[in-house]
Design a protein around this ligand. Structure first.
Ligand SMILES: CC(C)(COP(=O)(O)OP(=O)(O)OC[C@H]1O[C@@H](n2cnc3c(N)ncnc32)[C@H](O)[C@@H]1OP(=O)(O)O)[C@@H](O)C(=O)NCCC(=O)NCCS
Length: 200
């Protein structure tokens, strides 16, 4: 299997459903809110000039097999989910009635996200990294993350921070093998997470 690492701006608008579907393999809060939120989130990410990211593209099939996206201000991305008020109210009502726990978690996580990147001017937060299940365990995640480091250095950042659920051994191992260290453990609603950091 061979693949290429490309910057996020290589992503074409017609590939948004493909990357959103891949994201559904991550079991975090965004996935729990449902596909319409995931798709809208990625639409926001590719429009945001400060978002940085990398894609892994299978050389043979041209399929997206992984991505890692990051931002210096994650709350600026999530707050844009409510820009289209009609869409947001319609979709959030569906979540409230069908998955009330996910809605409560959204409220809690929004507060945490807002405070987390205060006074972190030299840092970028790695937000999501997912590898297609069929390609896991072949160092794609580790290589992709290194691609993000290169993009972050180019943009002048000195550190990358992130959060990992404490049960997620695969993610923790990948991050540690790439030089991340655990700074603290914290609770965010139902999630218990490590806060991690890598000096670039
Ligand atoms: C976490 C994830 C991105 C790892 O991607 P991957 O391509 O399979 O990982 P790699 O093959 O690059 O492995 C990197 C390191 O992690 C270790 N690792 C990978 N999967 C592992 C697992 N299931 N259990 C334990 N260690 C694991 C590897 O042994 C390797 O360690 P080494 O460098 O010391 O040899 C992938 O499992 C995934 O997409 N998971 C679902 C989404 C997710 O949890 N994202 C992270 C959210 S913070």
């Amino acid at each position: 299997m061979s693949y290429a690492i490309q910057p996020l701006n290589a992503l074409k608008p017609e590939q948004l459903p493909e990357i959103a579907k891949l994201h559904l393999e991550d079991h975090g809060l965004l996935t729990q809110l449902g596909y319409p939120f995931v798709l809208r989130y990625f639409e926001i990410v590719i429009r945001d000039p400060r978002a940085i990211g990398v894609l892994a593209i299978d050389d043979q099939t041209q399929k997206i097999i992984g991505y890692n996206i990051a931002s210096p201000e994650p709350s600026a991305l999530t707050s844009q989910l409510a820009d289209d008020k009609f869409w947001f109210v319609k979709e959030i009502l569906k979540v409230i009635f069908t998955r009330p726990a996910a809605f409560m978690q959204l409220l809690i996580s929004s507060v945490t996200i807002k405070s987390q990147m205060k006074d972190e001017a030299d840092a970028l937060e790695s937000l999501y990294l997912t590898i297609d299940e069929a390609y896991r365990g072949q160092k794609v995640g580790r290589t992709l993350q290194q691609g993000l480091f290169a993009e972050a250095r180019k943009a002048g950042y000195k550190r990358i921070v992130g959060s990992i659920e404490t049960w997620n051994e695969a993610s923790l191992r990948m991050c540690q093998s790439n030089g991340f260290v655990i700074k603290k453990t914290f609770r965010e609603g139902k999630f218990i997470r490590y806060r991690i950091e890598k000096i670039l």
